[in-house]
Ligand binder design. Structure first.
Ligand SMILES: *[C@@H]1O[C@H](CO)[C@@H](O)[C@H](O)[C@H]1NC(C)=O
Ligand SMILES: *[C@@H]1O[C@H](CO)[C@@H](O)[C@H](O)[C@H]1NC(C)=O
Length: 312
């Protein structure tokens, strides 16, 4: 009896020591391969747990082993924490920008308009890049901050509701808010802009050089990425089997998950020559708005680390 209690206490202690701790948003479609991987495939030395957060936690809390976030937050953190590494791409999302078609036919018509987004995030970078591609600069439109919505009916203060009530002329952000915005005004009254070359969210998994150098931790990180790799196989090839899981994880309707599935590319690995131009360009934009020095291309090349993928 007594011995068994000691053993249980020891087991709890060990599992909390070896547990893989992952900081991630828990609200978005992008994060869902992680709970799916833990539930169905992860075979590390102990449990893996998700907590609300992101790549900033890797810099501030040494008990966090991995983090998931868009490349925007990754670049912001990497500027001051050169030990952070991007080791896997969970998904690349071609964001969409929806406008009310009565006043807007093409992107350049957004000059002088009110555009909803979320400042400081990948959504704001997306809007800025899309408009810049049509020669429209940030001083030529106003950004109005709004919330996302995961499920209709979308409440006041959410971007779909602000578009419907004409508080804004357009908005751009991750899904499903744009899908719900299109539905809120009617697809025939909406014009939608999207170009994954101009901007796509690169929702990635990050760790640190210290974690990668710790051989026990590294084994669990490889095990987690292997589980993600198996998950992406399901997400890519049997999406019908995961719509309900994704919907339940983030409070959506499964039918809406299906409707926006095609905007998500479940990538895993990447090609440096394709990814680097986006990172170099975006870091320069962020450096300006964050009033910091830009990160050199040589340093951005170190940010990308395929060594875990190579061990799969
Ligand atoms: C997307 O943008 C790129 C770069 O500006 C351009 O070359 C390409 O034609 C655009 N694609 C579409 C489908 O508009
Ligand atoms: C998963 O791993 C296999 C084997 O390394 C690889 O061929 C495949 O591209 C990977 N899939 C993803 C989505 O990364």
């Amino acid at each position: 009896m007594f011995l068994s209690h000691i053993l249980i206490a020891l087991a709890v202690l060990l599992s909390s020591t070896y547990a893989l701790r992952i900081a991630t948003s828990l609200q978005w479609i992008e994060h869902t391969p992680q709970p799916y991987a833990i539930k169905n495939f992860y075979k590390g030395s102990s449990t893996a747990t998700l907590s609300s957060g992101g790549v900033a936690n890797l810099a501030s809390d040494s008990s966090i082993d991995l983090a998931a976030n868009a490349e925007t937050q990754g670049l912001k953190q990497y500027a001051n924490h050169k030990n952070i590494r991007l080791i896997y791409i969970i998904t690349e999302v071609s964001y969409r920008l929806v406008a009310r078609a009565d006043g807007v036919k093409q992107l350049s018509d957004l000059k002088g308009k009110k555009i909803g987004s979320m400042p400081g995030t990948s959504a704001a970078i997306f809007v800025q890049r899309m408009l810049a591609s049509a020669g429209v600069t940030p001083d030529q439109y106003s950004i109005v901050s709004g919330n996302v919505c995961m499920k209709a009916p979308c409440g006041s203060g959410t971007l779909p509701s602000m578009l419907a009530s004409k508080q804004i002329d357009a908005f751009g952000i991750w899904e499903p808010a744009v899908e719900l915005g299109i539905r809120a005004i009617g697809a025939d009254k909406a014009v939608v802009f999207q170009n994954g070359t101009i901007y796509r969210e690169v929702y990635s998994l990050y760790t640190t050089t210290e974690k990668l150098a710790d051989s026990n931790k590294r084994k669990d990180i490889v095990a987690f990425v292997r589980a993600l790799n198996q998950t992406l196989d399901v997400y890519n090839n049997k999406p019908d089997t995961v719509y309900s899981f994704v919907a339940q994880s983030v409070g959506m309707d499964a039918e809406v998950v299906k409707a926006v599935w095609g905007d998500h590319k479940w990538s895993g690995t990447w090609v440096d020559e394709e990814l680097m131009p986006l990172l170099v360009d975006e870091d320069a934009m962020l450096a300006k708005s964050d009033k910091r020095a830009g990160t050199s291309r040589a340093d951005l090349e170190k940010f990308l680390d395929k060594s875990v993928i190579a061990e799969l």
